[in-house]
Design a protein. Structure first.
Length: 199
C-alpha cells in the first residue's frame, strides 16, 4: 500500500494534492508544532498583478512551540471576505469558476475555532470534488523529518524550501493570466481546479 505523510494545509498546492491523491493512504501530521510562513495557514493564487499569498491570521500562543492542533484562528478581522473576493477577482474569468465556486464558498463563511479543523474542511472539499479514493489518517506521535522514508513530504512541500527529491514535475496548463506571467508554479489547487479541471 502506498502511503504518504503530509502536513495540514490551507487549500494546499497542486503538488500537495498530487502526492495525496496518488496514494492509497495519506497521513496528516497532527503532533508537530505550528510552523510560521508555511502552507499550514496560507495559499497562493495568481491575480491580475501576479502571484499573491492569502493567509489565515492566527491567535498568537504563549509559546513559539504551539502544537498544531491548538492553533486558534483569529476572526477579529474579516479575512474570509478578503480571501473570497481575492479568489473571485483572480478566477471569475476562468473556465470552471462558476461551476465550482459553490463547492468552496462555505470555507469563507464557517468559523471553526482551530486552524487544523478548518484545513481539514478545505481538504475534504477538494478531495470530494476530485473524487479521490485516498484514505486520510492522522499521525499519533511526532517523528523527525524523513522518518517515514522517501514519501515523507511533511517538510519538503513548503514555500520557503527548495524542491528536493519529491519527484514532482509540474505540468503546465493554461492559467487566466498566462499571457502576462507565463506558467506560474506552486499555486493552490484552486488554480488548477478553476482553470483546467474536468469532472
Amino acid at each position: 500500500m502506498k502511503e504518504v505523510w503530509l502536513t495540514t494545509s490551507y487549500l494546499g498546492t497542486i503538488e500537495y494534492f498530487q502526492k495525496m491523491i496518488h496514494a492509497e493512504c495519506a497521513y496528516i501530521e497532527s503532533f508537530e508544532n505550528y510552523e510560521k510562513q508555511s502552507w499550514r495557514n496560507r495559499f497562493r493564487i495568481l491575480s491580475a498583478n501576479g502571484p499573491i499569498t492569502l493567509s489565515i491570521p492566527i491567535i498568537k500562543g504563549s509559546s513559539q512551540k504551539q502544537p498544531i492542533r491548538e492553533v486558534r484562528i483569529d476572526y477579529r478581522e474579516n479575512w474570509q471576505k478578503i480571501h473570497f473576493r481575492s479568489v473571485e477577482s483572480a478566477y471569475r474569468r476562468s473556465p470552471y469558476y462558476e461551476f465550482l465556486i459553490d463547492e468552496f464558498r462555505f470555507l469563507w463563511e464557517v468559523r471553526p475555532e482551530f486552524l487544523f479543523d478548518y484545513n481539514q474542511l478545505a481538504q475534504k472539499a477538494v478531495l470530494k470534488l476530485m473524487k479521490a479514493t485516498v484514505t486520510i489518517k492522522y499521525t499519533n506521535e511526532y517523528q523527525v523529518p524523513g522518518f517515514y522514508g522517501p514519501t515523507d513530504y511533511r517538510y519538503s512541500i513548503h514555500p520557503k524550501v527548495k524542491k528536493q527529491g519529491t519527484g514532482y514535475v509540474p505540468v503546465p496548463y493554461q492559467q487566466v493570466f498566462s499571457d502576462r506571467f507565463g506558467f506560474v508554479q506552486d499555486l493552490s489547487i484552486l488554480d488548477w481546479l478553476f482553470n483546467d479541471f474536468r469532472i
